[in-house]
Write a protein that binds this ligand. Structure first.
Ligand code: COA
Length: 326
């Protein structure tokens, strides 16, 4: 069982705030529809920064919040599916921006779609015996793969980055991570393996989503994953200070809360402001909750997420009731 401390938090918004009313001008939708079906009111789109730049700015804040210097970082894990390049990794680009080039660094990207930050935190928690300070970042410019003519997807997503620094510490981590090996209901083809001159205008890199299937899947597996980590830890919902769920849709989160007979106030929600920022979503929500004073670095929290793959899971990071902000 690994034990960690969360040392610092960071959050970087993308530059352009887009309201539902802005989207009304682009596609056949309405603020009323989006708010009722998703709870989303705004999202941020990055016009001036790439994925590594957003991640770097969040990372700088997390390092400062941890009272560390960039040089103290020993490993960098970036959860993303919209990195600057296919290669080198976004983690290496963030390392370059941080100017850490004269010591041993372990740096790589991890793609688990919207479960990305939760997966990355799980991997990092398994590495704390080997590396003193691990930077775990979720950074996404998902607008790169969004078709802004498709009302089924363009209203849901946004860009941004969140980051934490972790080390070996006193908080036990209980985890449940899973994947279904599914490419039917959520997919962005991206680059194919071959160039086909017949299909040069192919738009299959845009995200395709079977919304209802994903909705049902999300509710089922979020409950399942939360129950798994509660069971493993021996805690009940009453013992948990805050649940930080993947911010895809307010209705998904409230369905899970209802099914688990838990008050919505136990679930942190900022999807109304950010939309779904994919791998950055839980990272942003965690940092947002901390910056708003809803949790401390010592709160007992559960992260829970789901995404393309279909990946899903939960992580319970133990804390101490006495440290909770009332
Ligand atoms: N504005 C207006 N109407 C829209 C719309 C939009 N932005 N997007 C879809 N619609 C329409 C649909 O075309 C459909 O019209 P039709 O009945 O004439 O075909 C109608 O609204 C109802 O669609 P439906 O799919 O039943 O709505 P819903 O209540 O399931 O909500 C989602 C749709 C996408 C919000 C919901 O299914 C969802 O959140 N799914 C999960 C998505 C997700 O989490 N993805 C990320 C995974 S990491």
């Amino acid at each position: 069982m690994s034990k960690i401390d969360i040392l610092g938090f960071g959050l970087q918004k993308a530059n352009k705030k887009i309201s539902n009313f802005d989207l009304e001008k682009k596609v056949d939708t309405s603020d009323e529809w989006i708010v009722q079906r998703t709870g989303i009111q705004t999202r941020y789109i990055s016009e001036d920064k790439n994925t590594s730049e957003l991640g770097y700015l969040a990372a700088k804040q997390a390092i400062a919040d941890a009272a560390l210097q960039p040089h103290d970082i020993d490993a960098i894990i970036v959860a993303t599916m919209t990195g600057d390049y296919i290669t080198p990794s976004t983690a290496c680009m963030i390392q370059k921006k941080l100017g850490i080039n004269d010591k041993q660094i372990f740096a790589f990207d991890l793609n688990a779609a919207c479960s990305g930050f939760m997966y990355a935190l799980f991997v990092a928690s398994e590495l704390v015996d080997k590396f003193d300070h691990i930077l775990v970042i979720g950074s996404e410019i998902i607008s790169k793969i969004i078709d802004f003519n498709d009302r089924n997807t363009c209203v849901l997503f946004g860009d941004g980055a969140g980051a934490v620094v972790i080390s070996k510490g006193k908080h036990e981590v209980y985890s449940y991570v899973n994947s279904e090996g599914n490419d039917d209901v959520l997919i962005s083809h991206g680059l194919g393996l071959t160039t086909d001159y017949e299909h040069v205008n192919d738009q299959s890199h845009y995200l395709y989503m079977a919304g209802n299937d994903v909705f049902r899947f999300a509710i089922k597996v979020m409950q399942q994953a939360i129950e798994k980590v509660l069971e493993e830890s021996g805690y009940t919902m009453d013992d948990i200070d805050m649940i930080i769920p993947h911010q895809a849709n307010y209705r998904i989160i409230s369905h899970v809360a209802k099914k688990m007979k838990t008050d919505m106030s136990k679930f942190f929600v900022d999807v109304n402001e950010f939309g779904n920022t994919s791998a950055a979503s839980v990272a942003i929500a965690y940092s947002d909750a901390y910056q708003k004073g809803v949790i401390t670095k010592d709160s007992r929290v559960i992260f829970v997420g789901f995404g393309a793959g279909l990946t899903y899971g939960a992580l319970l990071v133990d804390g101490g009731k006495e440290n909770v902000v009332e």
